[in-house]
Design a binder for this molecule. Structure first.
Ligand SMILES: Nc1ncnc2c1ncn2[C@@H]1O[C@H](COP(=O)(O)OP(=O)(O)OP(=O)(O)O)[C@@H](O)[C@H]1O
Length: 233
């Protein structure tokens, strides 16, 4: 099976002149379909920058990114928006929930944007809320939810439309250990039962230990962590 995403010699530089800072340098990466991949690296190493590039939210300064053979680095803003709507689910570090909407309404909003048929909304909302263990909080609004509950709403909203590719920035940062493992299990199941591909960033050594595909971002370069000791060093 061809990789879902192929990254070729990608660089990303921010700023200009003597303020220029090169965050990513010559990144090469293939992400296999239906895989769950973790990206780790120090704060500021460029993990979010790379996720933004993979989701078509940002453009590389150099290099190419292909999604199922399509060169997303060449897309116009309009094409990138369309591409995200049809293929990508994003779980942001900041959650990005609509504050005055309930849990259910936030997920419904995600389904509407993704263009999912209206007659599927109720089932998908109930299923995704159940998967993240928030059924009892379905009618609550953001201000009534803890940080971890808000993070789980963001996860439910991203998975409800069953996008092909999910990008998750520290999706378990606000969760306790048991809930973190539960979410990872949900992610693993989605890769097999729903054919999704998931790429997530994490600092959590216990999660890194149980995942097969772990990449390390360091000094602008990416490498696969081959052994357990590399994964958790
Ligand atoms: N739009 C931008 N303009 C200028 N600098 C930026 C921009 N986006 C990111 N950076 C810089 O790029 C570096 C990498 O940021 P990024 O958010 O990708 O790191 P990260 O590995 O995700 O960090 P963390 O683990 O803290 O979330 C940081 O030094 C950041 O300040």
């Amino acid at each position: 099976m061809e990789p879902i995403v192929t990254v070729k010699n990608v660089g990303r530089t921010f700023g200009k002149g003597n303020k220029e800072i090169q965050i990513l340098k010559g990144i090469d990466l293939s992400i296999e379909q239906h895989s769950l991949t973790a990206l780790r690296g120090r704060s500021g190493s460029g993990k979010t920058t790379l996720l933004n590039l993979l989701g078509g939210l940002d453009k590389p300064t150099t290099g190419e990114i292909f999604f199922k053979g399509n060169p997303i680095h060449t897309f116009s803003d309009k094409e990138s928006t369309e591409f995200r709507r049809n293929n990508i689910g994003i779980i942001f570090q900041s959650f990005g929930l609509v504050p005055l909407m309930t849990v259910e309404e936030n997920i419904e909003f995600g389904l509407r944007i993704a263009g999912v048929a209206r007659n599927e909304w109720n089932d998908r909302i109930a299923d995704s809320i159940d998967l993240v263990g928030l059924t009892k909080r379905a009618k609550h609004r953001q201000y009534e939810l803890s940080g971890g509950e808000q993070q789980r709403v963001a996860i439910a909203r991203a998975i409800a439309p069953t996008p092909r590719f999910i990008l998750a920035d520290e999706p378990t940062a606000e969760l306790d250990s048991a809930m973190s493992f539960h979410i990872i299990k949900v992610f693993q199941e989605l890769t097999t039962s729903k054919n999704m591909t998931i790429m997530m960033t994490t600092h959590d050594p216990e999660i890194l230990e149980i995942l097969e595909n772990v990449y390390l971002l360091e000094d602008g370069k990416i490498e696969k962590a081959k052994h357990e000791q590399d994964t958790i060093k």
